[in-house]
Design a protein around this ligand. Sequence first.
Ligand code: ZN
Ligand code: MN
Length: 432
Amino acid sequence: MTYSIVCGAEIHVELKTKSKMFCGCKNDPFGAPKPNIYTCPVCLGMPGGLPVPNKQAIEDVIKLGLAFNCEIPKVSHFDRKHYFYPDLPKSYQISQKDEPFCLGGYVDTSFGRVRLNHIHLEEDAAKMHHEVVDGKKVSLIDFNRSSVPLVEIVTEPDIKSVEQAKEFLKKVRDIVRAVGVSDCDMEKGSMRLEANVSLTKDGSLPPYKVEVKNINSFRFYGMAMEYEAKRQQEILEKGETPIQETRGFREGRGTVSQRGKEGLADYRYMPDPDLPPITISEQWLNSIKKDLPILPGALEGILLKMGVDKNSTDVIAKNKDMYQYISHVEKIDKNLVKKVAADIVNKKFDWMKIKPEAYLEELKSKQSSLIVDENILKPIIEKVIADSPSIVAQYQAGKTGVLGFFVGNVMKATQGKADPSVVNKLLSNMLK
Ligand code: ZN
Ligand code: MN
């Protein structure tokens, strides 16, 4: 009766290079003013068009490989993946199978490690638009997207729950954005998600998997997993095995069968004879490494060392400008880093407008005007205590949470000028 989910993810990410993957056409499918303007014989799939690989795209995918702890093999090559569809006029997609640019790798989540199988580079297909023109249903094709560099991140089936899937996918998005190679905009489609879902009883790998495509949000990813788990459980409980197939996610309808799964052999993968293998020299790899920014995980570690609270590091590590602000503060005054970080995260001031120097001055002048003198504070606290005998009784009965009530009243009586740490110390002594 108790099944557990086995899920692997495939994540497609469009790179934001200047030009397309195998030609000089502009790579800007979302910004284009008209369809079919960034095209040439190569990305239109005309006979005789010869592909030339985009060096920037190759460097970008290797950067991603480094960010995801992959091995970067010395030699890599492109393959042709054959299938027919109107958005793919060559009848094959240039992709990678046997020698991708990045092997292995992993992402750690709080539910355990998700291993990557590999990361490869390919080209996007054109975009189909299904519309009604003059009362007729037609399918239109926009080739502005044809041959846009596309990275595919493929995991091992290590995802065991919806919560883990969401944490993993968010981490992937944050890392790709931090590397700076894609916007990962799921609404536009520059990040697209697929889930390979099956169920197991004993933890062993099931003999089938169901691929769910067209998922364009983390929430839908979770919904697709849950829908599949329920659907497959019903089949398994009848003593049957779910068919291995491709399904699409439809909001409000769960997953819908699209087509039986083609075996790998049906794609007739073969090395692309137009594209010789690519050698990644030690020197080239080192220059790419130098270009790699510090990633969110590493930034969090640095921020924690600076004394920033865990709650604040999560937010700041994802925002380069915020991080720079905090490291600037650290250079001026180490003791105020934690405070400034918390104030930024809690939106206590507009850090985009106020310079670190100015804010530190403000904090310091506030601190120096705080009342720390116990002889001034004691009578005020005595009065606050005397005014609320019933709350005092509650405190003495063990409800220590009411301390905040007294602190608040002391702050009110001093117009916020009492030093909170001194007030706290005095109150807990005087309430004993
Ligand atoms: Zn082109
Ligand atoms: Mn792909």
